[in-house]
Design a protein around this ligand. Structure first.
Ligand SMILES: Nc1ncnc2c1ncn2[C@@H]1O[C@H](COP(=O)(O)OP(=O)(O)OP(=O)(O)O)[C@@H](O)[C@H]1O
Ligand SMILES: [Mg+2]
Length: 506
């Protein structure tokens, strides 16, 4: 039989079947038709060894909402669809940036799970009398598998599909940066390009942090087994411009978590703090920047901080208004309130949350705040040394080596320049972007920093010598007495009183 004959025969068979179906629909009474369908289904069940599950797109009583399971399955199938299906549908993904592909109606893709084959098909029902609460098209996915695998599919496989689908969605979604004003979170799209690859620090240390983060994000079972809340605390400390905030953005990008930047000074009291923290969902990083400045850790600390701030303000007058603002806002959030929420109530609900504190002055933090268990990992970000510089040179100048590198290596060991300062020197100096100019500018900067450090050390040594000389002149007992009197004065004036004074003055 030729191909032509075959198609001719096939055509006539289909035509006959359609005719028979039309006759059946027209002449058989409704009740009889239903019964025939019912019994033929039963008969089919004996001979047909497959099970089918249907997942409708619209759920709820009046089909108002899209089913979560349908969305997760669609996402899960998207990679398989793009490689297997012949007809695809494309739409802008929910992150608003990429195209999401899914299989078109009446397409089928195959999947395999623990050696078992199964099939997903997409389809749609057309409603004859569409209305507002009954849309015209109702899409669905149909899963078909052999009945001998019923347990495996209904148990582990479907769980795997939902979990994987949701995980892909989290990876693809747009990250958000939440900030609080008083007791409300508001957000913007987080579009920070920071990556661990471009972060300037020692390779080994970087890898350790990345491994730690990835291990945490996959350790759900571990935390459940040992009975701990699935959370982890990081303390990032180091001088300004060493990449603490950049690292937090890199963490969010690596894990696909949202950032919740908690401004403690604008939280009125512990109740508001609790409300804010309870609203933070899973897969998020709660960030409290400059923890030493944002919470009045103890009464005395405030005094010390003000001195320090004054010194900083003199150096950088731009910072002044911001710091002053902080001082005037009398926040009643207490250290113990914060600690209670970190390991108490809040940690009991939900999981997969990181809490990151940053500070420029780790030595000023209360030991209760940084004890292990609360802050599990302490990460020091320090001045730029040669290994970190090489990362910056690669990022900014796209060079791996240069004759000036030797001189820079020497200087970096002797002078303290933050990666932010180094990066500033490496910014292109001309349109042609000659790396030599940038490296020379860096060398000048390093030499200047070295000289400044030398002068500062000399000055400090001089002051120390003067103090020593004074001590010798003043009998030790007298000096003790003066110090004791000063301490007594501080105790007499309680912390809150001090706050009031500051506010009144402002
Ligand atoms: N380790 C680093 N790797 C790459 N770039 C860095 C690094 N450190 C700083 N930078 C650059 O310097 C800028 C400032 O860094 P960042 O804001 O992360 O510093 P910080 O440690 O948070 O400072 P602060 O203590 O003042 O908040 C960033 O925009 C980044 O480009
Ligand atoms: Mg910062």
């Amino acid at each position: 039989m030729t191909t032509k004959d075959m198609f001719a025969n096939l055509g006539s068979i289909i035509a006959s079947l359609m005719f028979a179906w039309a006759m059946f629909q027209q002449y058989f009474p409704y009740q009889l038709r239903k019964n025939i369908e019912k019994y033929s289904q039963r008969l089919l069940r004996f001979v047909y060894p497959y099970i089918q599950i249907r997942f409708n797109e619209l759920s709820g009583e009046r089909f108002f909402s899209r089913s979560e399971a349908y969305i997760a399955i669609q996402t899960y199938l998207s990679t398989r669809s793009s490689t297997q299906a012949k007809r695809l549908k494309a739409d802008i993904a929910r992150n608003g940036q990429t195209l999401a592909l899914s299989m078109d109606d009446h397409e089928e893709v195959e999947d395999e799970f623990e050696g078992v084959k199964l099939w997903w098909a997409s389809g749609k029902d057309i409603s004859k009398s569409p209305s507002y609460s009954n849309p015209e098209e109702k899409r669905y996915y149909k899963l078909t598998f052999h009945k001998q695998h019923r347990e495996l599919i209904l148990g582990s496989y479907l769980n795997h599909v939902l979990k994987e689908g949701k995980a892909i969605e989290v990876r693809n979604r747009q990250r958000k940066l939440y900030t609080n004003s008083a007791s409300k979170w508001s957000h913007v799209v987080l579009n920070h390009p920071a990556k661990f690859q471009t972060l300037a620090m020692e390779q080994e240390k970087k890898k350790e942090i990345m491994d730690d983060l990835i291990a945490f994000s996959k350790a759900e079972e571990f935390y459940e087994r040992v009975g701990r809340a699935w959370k982890r605390g990081y303390l990032l400390y180091g001088p300004p411009g060493t990449g603490k905030s950049t690292m937090i953005a890199a963490m969010a990008n690596l894990l696909g978590y949202d950032l919740y930047d908690l401004e403690l000074t604008s939280v009125k009291n512990n109740t508001d703090l609790r409300k804010l923290l309870m609203e933070v969902p899973n897969k998020s990083i709660i960030v409290i920047e400059d923890i030493d400045c944002s919470i009045d850790l103890t009464g005395q600390r405030k005094g010390k901080k003000t001195e320090k701030d004054e010194a900083e303000e003199q150096k950088d007058p731009k910072q002044k208004p911001e710091k002053e603002e902080k001082a005037t806002e009398a926040s009643q959030v207490t250290l113990s309130g914060l600690l209670n929420f970190i390991d108490g109530l809040w940690s009991a609900c939900g999981g997969e949350r990181l809490i990151v504190f940053t500070t420029n002055y780790v030595e000023k933090l209360d030991p209760a705040l940084i004890r292990s268990g609360r802050m599990d990992k302490h990460i020091e970000l320090s001045y730029c040394r040669f290994e970190a510089f090489k990362v910056l040179a690669r990022n900014y100048l796209q060079i791996e080596s240069h004759p000036l590198f030797d001189r820079i290596r020497e200087l970096l060991e002797e002078a303290n320049l933050s990666p932010a300062d180094v990066a500033e020197h490496l910014m292109p100096k001309t349109a042609s972007g000659d790396p030599k100019l940038s490296l020379e500018s860096l060398i000048k900067g390093l030499e200047k920093a070295k000289e400044e450090a030398r002068l500062k050390a000399e000055e400090e040594a001089r002051l120390k010598a003067e103090e020593e000389a004074k001590k010798i002149e003043q009998p030790p007992k007298e000096q003790d007495k003066v110090e004791a009197e000063e301490e007594a004065k501080k105790i007499e004036q309680p912390a809150k009183e001090q706050d009031k004074v500051v506010t009144a003055e402002d």
